[in-house]
Design a protein around this ligand. Structure first.
Ligand code: NIG
Ligand code: FE
Length: 417
């Protein structure tokens, strides 16, 4: 058995009480000014004041002096589209020149241009490209992440994407949760026949994805010109029937009622929510749906941010994610997301940290293993520059992550750097 002691750290972590933190709990962190953590075979045994932890530490032990740095849980990024084949810089320039995101999609670009690129790529190419972005996220502190399919849009290519994600996950030290997003856009061959495409997903894609264990969640993009709420309800009913959990791209540009559908179908999370109404946010609270907010998307599309304060006031647990994708939000950095959440969504640094660790772990069903420094969880943690985790919002445009540990192993950076 390998026993490790990480000592002389300023520890900050949410405490896991068995569900995502909401309301006033959203900003609650436990803090040990001179803390330590005892780890056995990559699993946390105790986190607490150094004196208390040391008193229970006899025998053979590898000791690491954290040199007084802040120690926080590794970031959990619960919404990415990192599996893609090509960037879309030209479209970015079009958006900067004023063409709206949904208009680019209507004209066959956007998500559909990523579909063309994925169709031309091999499973191996996709795995390599996905791993590249995941490694960039890892160096920036993301120790667990979700990755969606959704640039395949036919049986062969959706499965290819999910297998590529599975393949890259074997190469990465991160925990990777995959989500089936066959309903990301209406493919060109189904133009004007979105219902038929949903039938194809339900009859052919879903059963195969589920049988091969290729995805934990089923997701859909409900938006004007994409899929309707009724189509979402149909897809979710089919997914739940075979035992698959659901999540939704909801109310990103228009308030279609995606948040209400998430509540009705007891989705694990509703994501985006830039345009969600207060009444539907209240419905999410009643059903314990996590609001998975993606501020870099609002930033990149130059839209108003989701109303995080309203969600917190209404007892909706808030999580944060990068939405890393080649279109609406191209970043792997959870620190950038925390900065946007604090400075543009009026979240406190503590709320944003909870949203990026424990609540984001709940948003992808991983809280039993990661997201806080509680006994029994994986020793996934970061050492930071600075006196408090507020550095993550305060120091803009750089990484404040000095070291990244996964299951107790130093993966990136170094102690004493
Ligand atoms: O979450 N909104 C839909 N899907 C992604 C964007 C995907 C893309 O533009 O390639 C999102 O923002
Ligand atoms: Fe997305």
């Amino acid at each position: 058995m390998v026993r490790q002691l990480f000592r002389n750290a300023k520890i900050y972590s949410p405490v896991d009480n068995g569900r995502a933190l909401k309301g006033s709990e959203q900003g609650q962190l436990v803090h040990y000014p001179c803390g330590a953590m005892l780890v056995e075979d990559g699993v946390i045994q105790v986190t607490g004041d150094e004196g208390v932890v040391l008193s229970g530490c006899a025998g053979d032990i590898q000791e690491t002096d954290c040199e007084g740095r802040c120690l926080i849980p590794g970031f959990v990024d619960p919404h990415t589209h990192m599996c893609f084949a090509k960037l879309r810089e030209r479209e970015f320039e079009m958006r900067i020149d004023g063409t709206p995101y949904l208009e680019i999609l209507r004209k066959g670009g956007g998500i559909l241009s990523s579909v063309t690129a994925v169709a031309a790529a091999s499973e191996e190419d996709l795995a390599v490209n996905t791993l590249k972005h995941a490694m960039s996220a890892l160096a920036l502190g993301t120790t667990t992440l979700e990755i969606k399919s959704g640039y395949g849009l036919d049986v062969e290519n959706e499965l290819k994407m999910l297998r590529a994600i599975q393949r890259m996950a074997e190469e990465s030290p991160q925990d990777v949760v995959s989500t089936f997003l066959g309903a990301h856009a209406v493919p060109v061959e189904f133009k004007g026949r979105a219902d038929d495409y949903i039938s194809l997903i339900i009859d052919e894609m879903l059963p195969q994805v589920w049988r091969e264990g290729l995805a934990r969640y089923c997701d859909i993009f409900c938006e004007e010109g994409v899929f309707t709420i009724e189509q979402g309800r149909r897809l979710f009913s089919a997914a739940k029937k075979i035992g698959m959990e659901v999540k939704i791209h909801a109310d990103e540009v228009h308030d279609l009622g995606g948040a209400a559908l998430a509540a009705e179908m007891r989705a694990c999370s509703a994501d985006h929510l830039l345009a969600a109404s207060e009444i539907n946010i209240k419905k999410m609270a009643e059903s314990d749906v996590v609001a998975n907010l993606l501020p870099a998307t609002a930033y990149s599309l130059r839209k108003s941010y989701a109303n995080a304060r309203l969600m917190i006031e209404n007892n909706v647990p808030v999580a944060l994610a990068t939405d890393c994708n080649p279109g609406s939000s191209f970043t792997e950095s959870m620190q950038f997301i925390i900065g946007l959440a604090v400075l543009n969504m009026q979240m406190t640094p503590a709320e944003a940290l909870v949203a990026s660790t424990l609540n984001s772990a709940y948003a992808i069903g991983m809280a039993d293993q990661v997201g806080s420094l509680d006994k029994g969880k994986q020793a996934d943690f970061l050492l930071l520059e600075g006196e408090t985790p507020a550095i993550l919002a305060y120091h803009a445009g750089v990484s404040s992550v000095v070291s990244v540990f996964k299951k107790g192993q130093l993966i990136s950076g170094g102690v004493g750097v």
